[in-house]
Design a protein around this ligand. Structure first.
Ligand SMILES: NC(=O)c1ccc[n+]([C@@H]2O[C@H](COP(=O)([O-])OP(=O)(O)OC[C@H]3O[C@@H](n4cnc5c(N)ncnc54)[C@H](O)[C@@H]3O)[C@@H](O)[C@H]2O)c1
Ligand SMILES: [Zn+2]
Ligand SMILES: [Zn+2]
Length: 391
């Protein structure tokens, strides 16, 4: 089959690889109909996340048709079923899965020891990500093996298109979980940093959850326009002071809730000198991330507010303002998304017309064109916001 394969930094190729097979009774194989490139894939593209190996198949936003099931799937899925595959692989049996903490599943990471060494504990296995999360082949491919397939799937109605459903795999529940984590009250002003696909979903989720006002921060006009179309007030951080404008919009109180949909790869700019320092430290292996947004949020957030962080961070960072966070009584909520915790409700909302996640798609191409699209998406060429690949 054809698949997008990681060969090293900024080197992803469409290769011919061996078709996946059932390896465990709980596996299923799907024929992929649509898949997408995520901002998290860019961290791998840039080789920022350790424990990738040449030959790893990329992709964790995938849907398709079940073509084979193992004996252990026991009728939960059958040939011909149309499913979206959540990016978090979960067993359904461990204590964390029973608490619906699916991204912390204690059994689905098949390279547990590696993750335990780095993070203290292993988290769930993820598709097409680092070997720290199991090193499972991803779904930017013609076929995908789904481990723990009896639980790790989202059955979807035929009445909706792939484009409306595909993002149930990741960015829609990720934006939704980030907004839910904000415990939004009708009087809340919610600020969202980053208007990539995750930020866009967080903005629309915060609006749906009844925020009084949502403010969107980025520097890319087309992304800010999309945020504005979703009901947000835009701030272009290259043109105005984020802190100044947020204080102006909130009568000096600061936003009640702040969402970081940027994560580790905050833009580096001399107008934000800490980002230049972070970049230098990253080059000297003294720091893993560029936590500019985290610092800005802790400074501007209203006391007793919430910092919700769906943006991915990798490791050890400097100048984390613990004093601001402690003295202002801020709550931090973060994590990989517990995808299946939210998807039943989200499907109902898509069917009901409350949200149509396909609004974010700017490019649809053949899988073969995937390697080129990684560059287009990374460089935001051609106003690219979200790429869907057809296998
Ligand atoms: N928690 C999860 O389960 C989960 C799931 C999916 C994605 N993610 C993470 O969410 C983040 C966003 O993903 P995406 O697909 O939207 O990526 P993206 O790269 O398309 O979007 C990031 C956006 O942030 C903007 N940005 C950069 N620096 C900024 C700053 N200082 N202030 C404001 N905006 C800034 C960029 O211009 C860009 O539009 C990534 O870190 C990704 O890994 C997390
Ligand atoms: Zn993702
Ligand atoms: Zn589990």
């Amino acid at each position: 089959m054809r698949a997008l394969v990681w060969h090293g930094k900024e080197d992803i190729r469409c290769d011919t690889v061996t078709d996946p097979e059932i390896e465990d009774p709980r596996d299923a194989i799907i024929k992929v109909t649509s898949c997408a490139i995520c901002g998290s894939d860019l961290h791998l593209f840039h080789n920022m996340i350790p424990a990738m190996l040449p030959g790893d198949i990329m992709g964790h936003e995938t849907m398709g048709e079940v073509v084979e099931v193992g004996k252990g799937v026991k009728g939960k899925l059958k040939k011909g079923d149309r499913i979206v595959v959540p990016f978090t692989i979960w067993c359904g049996e461990c204590e964390q899965c029973k608490r619906a903490n699916f991204s912390c599943c204690e059994r689905s990471n098949r390279k547990k020891e590696l993750a335990e060494k780095v993070f203290g504990h292993a988290m769930a296995g993820l598709f097409g990500y680092t070997h720290l999360t199991g090193g499972y082949p991803g779904g930017q491919a013609e076929y995908l093996r789904v481990p723990f397939a009896d639980t790790t799937h989202i059955k979807v109605p035929d009445s909706l298109t792939d484009e409306q459903l595909l993002f149930l795999s990741d960015i829609l529940p990720t934006g939704w979980q980030a907004a839910v984590a904000c415990d939004i009250e009708p009087s809340d002003i919610v600020a969202v940093w980053g208007c990539g696909p995750v930020g866009q979903m967080a903005i629309r989720s915060a609006v749906l959850l009844g925020a009084k006002q949502v403010v969107a921060i980025d520097c890319l006009p087309e992304r800010l326009s999309m945020a504005q179309a979703g009901g947000a007030t835009p701030i272009n951080f290259l043109e105005e002071s984020v802190i100044g404008r947020l204080n102006e919009l909130t009568d000096g109180k600061g936003p009640d809730k702040c969402i970081d949909a940027v994560g580790t790869e905050s833009h580096v700019s001399f107008s934000q000198p800490d980002t230049v320092l972070d970049r230098a430290k990253q080059m000297m292996m003294l720091e893993n991330d560029r936590p500019h947004v985290l610092r800005e949020m802790a400074y501007v957030c209203r006391p007793a507010g919430i910092l919700s962080i769906p943006g991915v961070y990798l490791g050890l960072d400097d100048k984390i303002p613990m004093g601001h966070i402690m003295n202002k009584g801020l709550t931090i909520r973060t994590g990989q998304t517990h995808v299946n915790r939210w998807t039943g409700d989200l499907i109902a909302r898509i069917e009901d017309g409350q949200i149509d996640p396909s609004f974010v798609i700017t490019h649809t191409v053949d899988l073969e064109d995937g390697p080129e699209m990684y560059k287009v998406f990374r460089d935001k060429q051609d106003s690219c916001i979200k790429v869907v690949l057809k296998a």
